[in-house]
Design a protein around this ligand. Structure first.
Ligand code: LLP
Length: 434
């Protein structure tokens, strides 16, 4: 059997291994449901992005990890050690990064509706850059920066009108989007002109994010062309030369054997080629370049372990395998019909050939982890079910729906597991009650 990622394997007992450890032993030690995170894998991805940015792009360029994929203090400490910048999208993410003593001057603050309180908090902490979404935000930044007597660095979020051919919910770069100012409608010119008039704002450049889980070859290159064209036009019409360009996140990650495999570092080389070529053609001085990978840093560093509680075969219909977690810890199938690879961790010597539906334990029929996935015919109560590639958008999108307690996160570094986030407790459920 070949596995999706090189941090997954099988040992002599026929048990699934992850990050070099027996998952059956990990489940015994930490209980289920359980999120595992392979720290070595996260660090390897960070190193690869960092060195690609150093060699391919001008000085000052940096990959920014998108915390929406997964965020907790321990993870920000790792990112800090790896020299990554970060993109945060809420005061909560900022709080965590600050708690990890992350250098907030390498932080880009996103969001299409930052409140005045958010803006004030971010300035209080000394956030490096605001990625401003709309005219109201520019006015608010100007006003709050004036009160604080500072000049705030800002990038403008633009929508380049590129359809990344991904699923609807993560399709953000088209003209019809709640995010940013569209280049095609002239609103991007308008917000740029307004921002340049502000005394307490230093405009640094432009940002766009075309979508997530992007596999198509030329999406980033096309976005780059549109953004650089716009920057050149602004230089010619408004006399402002952008010194920073941020192309957002979105590198696609395989969740099943059927998904294409792309190497983000190879893609970066091709993006860099286009970057140099287009800047040259436009006689545009190369701006510092940024991207915001989230999924491609943490997704394959994750795995979730569940215990099977029941196997219900409905003759003529299907077989439900119910596990002790579900949409509360992984809402992605319920939300997007996202594919996942499921494996019975204690039965890796058995063929996975019987098609089943893996169901969660929430009181909701849509609470499924996956439909039509092959598991061993012998799957039964007590077996350990592993769901691969859960490092991104699982814990960060989890809830305590049905008042289920949140699973812990165990970080594995050099084959040593360490509890990074403890399992939820009943007290957590009343933590916000008066
Ligand atoms: N930068 C911005 C401005 C973004 O909006 C996003 C993702 C990223 C970076 C990171 O993109 P990534 O490299 O992770 O694709 N919950 C959905 C994904 C939503 C992504 C939203 N924005 C999912 O579970 O698939």
């Amino acid at each position: 059997m070949t596995y999706l990622c090189d941090n997954i394997g099988k040992n002599t007992e026929g048990h699934l291994t992850f990050a070099g450890l027996d998952t059956v032993e990990l489940a015994k030690a930490f209980g289920t449901p359980l999120y595992l995170l392979d720290e070595n894998k996260i660090r390897a991805h960070c190193k690869a992005f960092r060195s690609a940015f150093e060699t391919l792009f001008p000085a000052g360029s940096l990959p920014l990890y998108a915390g929406k994929a997964n965020a907790f203090t321990g993870l920000y400490k790792i990112l800090k050690e790896e020299g990554m910048g970060i993109d945060v999208v809420s005061p909560g993410e900022l709080y965590l990064a600050n708690r990890a003593a992350f250098d907030l001057s390498h932080t880009f603050f996103h969001g299409n509706n930052k409140t005045d309180a958010d803006i004030d908090y971010a300035m209080e902490l000394g956030v490096g850059y605001f990625v401003a979404d709309n005219l109201e935000e520019i006015e608010a930044i100007e006003e709050i920066a004036a009160k604080r007597n500072i000049k705030q660095k800002v990038l403008l979020r633009l929508t380049p009108g590129i359809d990344p051919h991904t699923y609807e919910a993560v399709n953000t770069g088209r003209v019809d989007s709640k995010f940013g100012s569209a280049i095609a409608t002239g609103q991007a010119d308008e917000i740029t002109a307004l921002t340049l008039q502000k005394e307490h704002i230093e405009l640094c450049g432009f940002h766009c994010h075309v979508g997530s889980q992007v596999f198509y070859e030329d999406v980033f290159e096309r976005a780059l062309d549109v953004m650089l064209d716009f920057a050149a036009k602004v230089r010619d019409t408004l006399g402002f030369t952008a010194s920073m360009l941020d192309l957002g996140g979105g590198f696609g990650v395989p969740y099943t054997e059927k998904d294409p495999k792309i190497d983000p570092i190879e893609r970066l080389a091709s993006i860099a080629e286009r970057f140099h070529k287009t800047c040259k053609a436009l006689f545009f001085p190369e701006p510092a370049f940024f991207m915001e990978p989230g999924r491609s840093i943490v997704a394959d560093a994750g795995m979730t372990l569940y215990t099977v509680g029941s196997v219900k075969e409905i003759p003529g219909y299907k077989t439900y395998v119910s596990v002790d977690g579900g949409m509360a810890d992984n809402p992605r199938y319920a939300l997007y019909r996202s594919p996942y690879t499921c494996l019975v961790a204690n039965k890796q010597n058995e063929a996975h050939e019987k098609l089943v539906t893996v169901a969660g334990r929430c009181c909701e029929s849509g609470d499924l982890i996956q439909e039509n996935v092959p598991l061993p015919a012998s799957t039964k109560k007590g077996d350990l079910l592993a769901v691969c590639t859960t490092g991104a958008y699982n814990d960060s999108m989890a809830s305590d729906y049905n008042k289920l307690l949140r699973p812990p996160i165990v970080l594995i570094k050099n084959k040593i597991p360490r509890l990074a986030l403890r399992r939820g407790r009943f007290e957590d459920l009343v933590g916000r009650e008066g």
